[in-house]
Design a protein around this ligand. Structure first.
Ligand code: FMN
Ligand code: ATP
Ligand code: CO
Length: 156
């Protein structure tokens, strides 16, 4: 029997959008079984903290067709879930700040035999499509925030 190829994708996955779906569908093509790891709030240091709690982000990612299982990330050591899952491939997002070489080195140091690949980006398909959680937050603030159209509403 041919062994199953296990793939891991990871990210914050706050306020899901089609870019996330593209990433996970693309990552799934690298193997037979896709596991997604959801970053914990204290590890999201390179941008504003997520709006939604980790459990809600995990449940939404788990509901996507490309994903076999979604897991809460480890709060301190990001290699703990990797050691437990034992993937054959880790697929990084197209714009993730992680360096493939550094991750491959860290995996080798822990004796984990796993390739590191990078997913493709999704091009916007519709006019006005938002493919970034940060952009969605910005639009909410712009359209519903206190300064919209110069109308301060109830907030004075
Ligand atoms: C191989 C790998 C495993 C990761 N595992 C975890 C984890 O267990 N817990 C966690 O909080 N974050 C984990 N992360 C996510 C990082 O902490 C970081 O926040 C993530 O790159 C966020 O990416 P984003 O900006 O694309 O959402 C992992 C990242 C990589 C590359
Ligand atoms: N437009 C997109 N095309 C392909 N992959 C994407 C796209 N947007 C996000 N991803 C991927 O989804 C994963 C999780 O992304 P992340 O949680 O950072 O969302 P985001 O929309 O990029 O958020 P932010 O705008 O705050 O950076 C990352 O690996 C990222 O590369
Ligand atoms: Co991002």
């Amino acid at each position: 029997m041919v062994p199953m190829t296990r793939v891991v994708a990871q990210g914050t996955f706050d306020l899901l959008h089609p870019g996330h779906v593209h990433y996970l569908e693309n990552a799934a093509t690298y193997g037979d079984e896709l596991h997604a790891i959801v970053a914990r709030r204290p590890n999201v240091t390179h941008k504003p903290a997520p709006i939604l709690c980790a459990e809600q982000r995990r449940d939404m990612v788990a509901a996507l067709g490309a994903v076999d299982e979604a897991h809460l990330g480890h709060p301190e050591d990001v290699f703990v879930p990797i050691e437990r899952l034992g993937p054959d491939v880790i697929v990084l997002g197209f714009d993730q700040h992680h360096d493939e070489g550094d991750i491959a080195e860290a995996l080798a140091e822990r004796g984990i035999d796993c390739r590191v690949e990078r997913a493709s980006a999704r091009d916007p398909r519709y006019e006005d499509e938002l493919l970034s959680s940060g952009d969605i937050v910005d639009r909410i603030v712009e359209r519903r925030g206190p300064d919209r159209d110069g109308d301060c509403g109830d907030r004075g």
